[in-house]
Design a protein around this ligand. Structure first.
Ligand code: G1P
Length: 293
């Protein structure tokens, strides 16, 4: 079995839900307390054994490139003042290989993944969507690692799903599950992008972590624009499933959706309640606040 060594992080979205904050700043750089959301993704990749990451970015994404680049001036400044803890935080951002490629036209998630084809070549790889975080407190197995472990057993493309409220199916790719080959690992009859709740085949929604065999690229080349007139990754997965098995792995842990204002705020609170510098203060504040609500 080939090892899964490479990851694609699509980050070309405009982030319109966070305007005006995202007018000049990439939405992937919005922090959860003190760490940009995309850094959580990069850390999850590293903890899952990924060696090389490619970020597919768009316009206004220079800040992401700078974040994963060294900053000798800042590092020298921190070193000369003996601010070693801070220096460590800065240096940690460059200890994995992160490459960048630009998607020139925003043609959808499927097209963004296809843009990174030359980087991946003929190997299995991971796709990690930036809005979806898991295991942010770092005390469990990252979801990406769970998928890679499944891949090591089956050799098949596998994506993560999670139960969502039925009225939310139109926000997600949704699977029509068949039998489980082991607890939590489903054979799938079909994959549908953002179905109306009345048409949704189940409540099992795709949540932004995928392991693919390289055969997905040929399929993406030939996938016509679908929902929203964009090339949908979910449509390509549905086609792949007719040629090779594609499994759905049900995730049972905590998922944090940072792609909308309320989800982002909740993630900040949860992470803050675990953050060594502010957790006690935040807990006290929340207790006092709830008394007033
Ligand atoms: C994308 C995918 C969708 C998936 C979702 C997970 O949609 O197209 O299948 O369920 O991510 O967050 P987006 O949220 O980019 O509209």
């Amino acid at each position: 079995m080939k090892q899964v060594r490479k990851a694609i992080i699509p980050a070309a979205g405009l982030g319109t839900r966070f305007l005006p904050a995202t007018k000049a700043l990439a939405k992937e750089m919005l922090p959860i307390i003190d760490k940009p959301t995309i850094q959580f993704i990069v850390e999850e990749a590293r903890q899952s054994g990924i060696e090389d990451i490619i970020v597919v970015d768009g316009k206004n994404k220079r800040s992401i490139e700078d974040h994963f680049d060294s900053n000798p001036e800042l590092e020298e400044n921190l070193r000369s003042k003996n601010k070693n803890e801070m220096l460590k935080l800065v240096e940690e951002t460059t200890d994995i290989n992160v490459y960048f490629i630009r998607q020139s036209h925003p043609r959808g998630l499927g097209d963004a993944v296809l843009t990174a084809r030359a980087f991946v070549g003929n190997e299995p790889f991971v796709v990690m969507l930036g809005d979806d975080l898991n295991n942010i407190k770092g005390n469990g197995k990252p979801l990406t690692k769970e998928l890679i472990d499944d891949y090591q057993e089956t050799g098949a493309s596998t994506l993560a799903v999670m139960r969502v409220p039925h009225e939310d199916t139109a926000k997600y790719g949704v699977i029509d599950p068949s039998e489980q080959v082991k607890p939590g690992l489903y054979n799938v009859l079909s994959f549908v992008e953002k179905p109306d709740p009345k048409d949704a085949p189940s409540d099992l929604a795709i949540i932004g972590r995928y392991v693919f065999t390289p055969e997905i690229f040929d399929i993406l080349e030939n996938t016509q624009p679908g929902k929203g007139n964009e090339v949908q990754l979910t449509d390509a997965i549905n086609t792949l499933n007719h040629l090779q098995r594609v499994f759905a792995h049900e995730y049972k842990g905590e998922r944090y959706d940072t792609g909308n204002k309320f989800g982002w705020l909740k993630t900040n609170i949860e992470y803050g309640l675990d953050h060594p510098q502010i957790k006690d203060q935040l807990r006290e504040y929340l207790i006092e606040l709830t008394k007033k609500l």
